[in-house]
Write a protein that binds this ligand. Sequence first.
Ligand code: ATP
Ligand code: MG
Length: 372
Amino acid sequence: MQIQAIELAHFRNYRGLQVDFMPGVNIFVGANGQGKTNLLESIALLSGGGSHRDARDAEMVQWQEAYYRIKAMGTADGQPVVIELAFGGERRKLAKVNNRRLRRIADLSETMNTVVFSPEDLSLVKGSPAQRRRYLDRELSQASPAYGDVLSRYARVLTQRNSLLRRLREGSATAAELELWDDQLAPLAVETLARRLDGLARIAPYARQIYRGLSRDKEQIELTYRSSFPLPDDRSRWLEAYRKALQERRAEEIARQATLTGPHRDDLQLFLNGRDARIYGSQGQQRSIALSLKLAEIAFIHQIKKEYPIVLLDDVMSELDPDRRQQLLSELESKNIQVFITTTHLHAFSPEQLGRAGIYRIQAGQLSRSNE
Ligand SMILES: Nc1ncnc2c1ncn2[C@@H]1O[C@H](COP(=O)(O)OP(=O)(O)OP(=O)(O)O)[C@@H](O)[C@H]1O
Ligand SMILES: [Mg+2]
């Protein structure tokens, strides 16, 4: 989908905004704290995966107001599309596509997909396993909202199981009750694992190829899934293997009052020329790996949806050297991907790029179109 116009009401520092966009590159330029990322965030929300900076809905409602509303007009496959997302007031949260209410917010990803690049992407490589799991989960949920359901069911059962472990330790629950929760947890764990491994198998070749290009064929990366328990080759044995792992760590789990095996403890390992990139990669190599993972996300979504996602670049232009900056933008432009970029300065762009782009100056939640 491509966005032609957006309307915001009471969203962050935008009281009311109405703006038209270009099909290609759109640049939001302004000083710090003026609302560039806020506007990008409103677009990211329309793909149903929540805020790219993990904000809660209540935090995004303009201060002193009761609700926010985001409306986008665009086209998909040549047909007009209107997306609406509202939070607050009586209905809590509501998403509509062409005036039809969606059953769940995540279903927005059936209509629109986004991939966000930000300086924090580096934490994909340097950060905790949780950040890498999140990358995978966000990506797979966009590809299939049903995956998001599996994940949240797993998380719910996990919370219940952990509180039972606490009660077991206090002596106010029985091992038989734990078995019941294990019966619920195990199939969800196995389904999460299967979907993650299948997804990774499709993403990894893209990431490998993109990284090879970025390093001009000099280096290669490998992505592998590290499960918190030994996974048999035969998938039909995963359930039994997981139950066994739970069994083996039961005493420790009761002592620590936490579930110690399962997809919530797994990691996505990144290797550069055979060594752990998190430990041995240089700053620049780690940055290139993070960039490759993100570009792979674009290719993955295209493979599944037969359409490119909208790409949101938050503050990343200044992070890249001129060569990579050029490479990234021309890559996106060559695929006719609609791009939204935030920046404090326009000097990261060539005159030709600026000539093709829509340029919007942002100051204190006000937008003005400028063509320089
Ligand atoms: N719920 C809210 N209601 C009103 N204003 C808000 C709300 N949340 C954030 N803001 C304001 O929005 C501004 C931040 O906007 P944003 O993050 O978009 O800045 P930015 O233009 O991206 O700046 P930078 O260049 O520093 O990244 C801050 O001034 C903040 O006070
Ligand atoms: Mg910002």
